[in-house]
Write a protein that binds this ligand. Sequence first.
Ligand SMILES: Cc1cc2nc3c(=O)[nH]c(=O)nc-3n(C[C@H](O)[C@H](O)[C@H](O)COP(=O)(O)O)c2cc1C
Length: 168
Amino acid sequence: MEFHDVLKTRRSIRGFKPDPVSQELLDRVFEAVRIAPSACNLQPWKFLVLRTPEPKALVYEVYNRGAWLREAPMIVVALGNRKTAWKRLDGTSAHVIDVSIAMEHLVLAAANEGLGTCWICAFDQAQLHHKLGLSSEWDVVAMTPLGYPDGEVRPFSRKALAEIVEYR
Ligand SMILES: Cc1cc2nc3c(=O)[nH]c(=O)nc-3n(C[C@H](O)[C@H](O)[C@H](O)COP(=O)(O)O)c2cc1C
């Protein structure tokens, strides 16, 4: 797809077909993740692809706002490493920024392949961290279902350019 078409057609998908996604296609999506930029190129991330019933069920326990999540053949959980990430001048870790950029690479690459995603952050991160048995330096940043879209998307709405861009 042309780059701007990817940007314009990508939407949060909250309905999925059960169809499996080929490994070749997944590899292309994760290659887009792999090449994402990060502060000092430290790449403080890891992506868990949950595609078997047991680990997926752990996610349903922390996010029960949508039955649609259960339809997706996969859920990708994006983790950021607080210890290995670059620290900003005030000492705070850049891992959430880094992981968010890589996650959006995933989202856009998936859209380019005809796959649907939906950023999910409205869950208890500490609870999921515990359920997944992660070590302390890893933070759960976000997750997304991944699969072939099904059903309607919500109406599109955005602020006007004049509201969000200020030239000085
Ligand atoms: C950081 C972030 C967190 C989000 N968390 C959730 C969520 O927990 N559940 C959900 O259904 N959508 C979530 N969304 C999706 C937004 O609601 C959606 O991107 C927004 O309404 C714009 O719609 P669009 O993505 O279809 O263009 C999240 C999006 C972002 C960027």
